[in-house]
Design a protein around this ligand. Structure first.
Ligand SMILES: [Zn+2]
Length: 112
């Protein structure tokens, strides 16, 4: 990888690992790779580093918005209730067809 130069100071930025950095406010990431200008102390991120932060932030967001539900039974079928908030948010209506896609041994995706 080529040298990362601070546009303001024209000096080479050094690669650092930040203990905590919030790419998105309120969602702190740990051990974030970045470049720091030794002069103005500003952080510079490569495209790859930004992608990585986006990916990690998305993962945390998914966890934050997860809902826990117990499986119940209706007739002979197992049923998972959909939380009200999700029903409203995704505009799910009774009778609507959804697609269930297995994703590994302990996960599936429900496509609305
Ligand atoms: Zn600088």
């Amino acid at each position: 990888m080529g040298k990362i130069i601070c546009k303001k100071c024209g000096v080479e930025a050094k690669e650092e690992i930040l203990d905590i950095y919030e790419y998105e406010e309120g969602i702190p990431l740990r051990n974030v790779h970045a470049y720091e200008c030794p002069k103005c102390k500003e952080f510079i991120f490569t495209d790859k580093q930004v992608e990585e932060m986006e990916r990690r932030t998305d993962l945390i967001k998914k966890e934050l918005f997860a809902f826990e539900r117990k499986i119940t039974i209706s007739g002979r079928s197992l049923v998972i209730n959909i939380p009200d908030d999700l029903v409203k948010h995704m505009n799910i209506l009774k009778g609507k067809k959804v697609k269930i896609i297995p994703a590994g041994k302990n996960r599936f995706i429900v496509e609305v």
